[in-house]
Design a protein. Structure first.
Length: 328
């Protein structure tokens, strides 16, 4: 049963911030991070929330309402709602319930939150597509994602501070008779580094016991594993077993966390820049939404059209790599 991405929407923070305040911030600490932030990580500016009332849920609702408006559907048309976030505003009740209420969802609707960190929305595409294909009663699904990573980072760490942007994304999946949808997927777990990225740094069991709030911050140790190597192996595997070449893929929607990784992936695979749009210099890194913001921008710019083959690749903390082959 083909499952298509009917529409996709992106909502980002209204505050635009370039690298200047971050460079000055670290200069006061005796650190020159300009090359690292601009050339390695690949940041020029980022969109940030500009109000204390903004968070992953409020922006998730904005994206959900916008994508429904684009489809012409109402909240009551959705048979399934999934919210993806590594830091949802609430864990009880799950944020999907707040979204369900905000869009006027129906009572006969499956709702759940999914936390696979940065891999969340990509895994949701694969998992929900498979579930819909074998479930007669689920014909339309709303997938919403937003990560508010900026609130977690340590301002003394150049490995995280200044890297992130605030943006939500939502897409609607629906059953169709068109030749499109999920083709294949590949997972690769690198759990040796499961302690490299921890939030809260102290663990939830110590949440109300810590004396220093800094212990709650995101604890980050740089990856030792070769991320581009893992990504290219997954991409090569999925293309080979589907008898495809790199040239058959219209767009590689890759994790936007580190620009240098994308450069290496391009070089290894022979992928053109026009096949692997980079938007991390504009949006910052947005976590779970980043591969889908690439797709959104590629569609908006006329770089992807119906029938084109797309590859999604991203990696979540831990580390969990997923590669998805999809026909748009």
């Amino acid at each position: 049963m083909p499952i298509k991405i009917k529409e996709i929407s992106v909502c980002h923070g209204n505050k635009v911030v370039d690298n200047t305040p971050y460079l000055e911030h670290f200069k006061k600490q005796g650190k020159d991070v300009e090359h690292f932030l601009h050339d390695v990580i690949g940041r020029d500016k980022r969109y940030l929330f500009d109000s204390e009332e903004d968070n992953s849920l409020t922006y998730g609702i904005l994206a959900a309402k916008d994508v429904l408006k684009k489809t012409g559907y109402s909240g009551s048309d959705m048979d399934l709602i999934v919210f993806c976030s590594q830091l949802p505003e609430y864990i009880a009740p799950p944020c999907c319930m707040h979204i369900h209420h905000a869009i006027g969802g129906k009572s006969e609707c499956i709702c759940y939150d999914m936390n696979v960190n940065c891999a969340g929305m990509t895994i949701a595409l694969e998992q929900v597509s498979k579930y819909m294909s074998v479930t007669p009663s689920v014909n339309k699904a709303l997938i919403v994602g937003c990560d508010y990573i900026n609130m977690t980072v340590d301002p003394n760490s150049e490995y995280t501070y200044g890297h992130y942007g605030d943006a939500s994304c939502a897409y609607v999946l629906e059953k169709t008779e068109e030749p499109c949808g999920l083709i294949d997927s590949v997972y690769d777990m690198k759990s040796e580094e499961h302690n490299n990225i921890l939030f809260p740094g102290c663990g939830f069991s110590k949440l109300f016991k810590v004396k220093d709030p800094a212990e709650l911050r995101l604890r980050w140790i740089p990856f030792d594993s070769n991320v581009p190597k893992t990504a290219t192996e997954g991409i090569i595997k999925i293309l080979k077993r589907n008898n495809l070449q790199v040239s058959d893929v219209k767009m590689f929607c890759l994790s936007q966390y580190v620009y240098k990784n994308i450069e290496i992936i391009r070089e290894i695979l022979g992928v053109e820049a026009s096949q692997s749009l980079y938007i991390g210099d504009e949006y910052g890194y947005t976590g779970t939404t980043s591969p889908f913001i690439v797709l959104y921008e590629a569609i908006e710019r006329g770089m992807v059209k119906r029938g084109d083959k797309i590859v999604f690749w991203t990696v979540g903390a831990g580390a969990e790599n997923i590669t998805v082959l999809y026909q748009y």
